[in-house]
Design a protein around this ligand. Structure first.
Ligand SMILES: [Zn+2]
Length: 221
């Protein structure tokens, strides 16, 4: 009982003064459109702008895809801090600002996260893709698994193509369901392509892809 009250008190106080989880400055309680929509924001507007939200839509393998950011230096730093340095507190900073918008946009979709090798998650203590996207109020189905430890960054482009050999999908039926494939970074698209194929075998009504970030295309440099 006492614990519940303490928890409530701390929740209330954290709503009064909110500290940016990136720069530790107090988040000004400005009556901006975003502030009105999302009461609990864990990143300040300045830091958010540094991540440079792009909301870029593109087609890949005939599927509608959306990346929120480009994989720029700030996004890279924040992702490294979260994923590599296991800074669990940062899990909300990437998508929280847009959660209401994304919840509406993908209403009725089931999220299928890109998997990590399970032992890597155990070592880290959490799965970064699942944690990052769990700020959205959408159902999540962790039905795709990675059977071998392969670090995408270490691979040659030829080896990356073989990602299809290490991803497997559970015996699941997506008939009449809408599936949203989610991942943190889209580089060559080999993981997403494999996931589209695997999900496609389960007869979904619709597939879309939502990415936290995408590497900057050559023509954008
Ligand atoms: Zn900040």
């Amino acid at each position: 009982m006492k614990q519940t009250r303490l928890k409530k008190q701390s929740e209330q106080s954290s709503q009064k003064t909110q500290i940016c989880k990136v720069c530790f400055k107090t988040i000004e309680n400005e009556a901006t459109f975003h502030n009105l929509l999302s009461i609990n924001i864990s990143i300040c507007h300045d830091c958010l702008l540094e991540l440079k939200p792009a909301f870029n839509e593109f087609k890949f393998e005939g599927i509608q895809c959306l990346n929120i950011f480009y994989y720029n230096q700030k996004v890279q730093e924040m992702l490294y801090q979260f994923k590599g340095c296991k800074d669990y507190e940062l899990r909300t900073i990437f998508l929280e600002y847009y959660k209401n918008y994304l919840n509406i946009m993908f209403n009725g979709y089931i999220m299928v996260p890109a998997p990590s090798f399970e032992e890597a998650d155990e070592e880290r203590g959490f799965n970064h893709v699942e944690e990052m996207f769990s700020v959205l109020n959408l159902k999540m189905e962790k039905c795709i698994h990675k059977t071998k430890k392969v670090k995408q960054a270490d691979l040659t482009s030829e080896e990356r193509k073989n990602i299809k050999d290490v991803l497997v999908i559970d015996d699941i039926d997506f008939s009449n369901k809408k599936v949203l494939i989610i991942d943190d970074v889209f580089t060559t698209g080999s993981t997403v392509k494999t996931m589209i194929n695997l999900v496609g075998q389960k007869h979904p009504k619709k597939i879309k892809v939502l990415l936290m970030s995408k590497t900057i295309d050559l023509d954008r440099r």
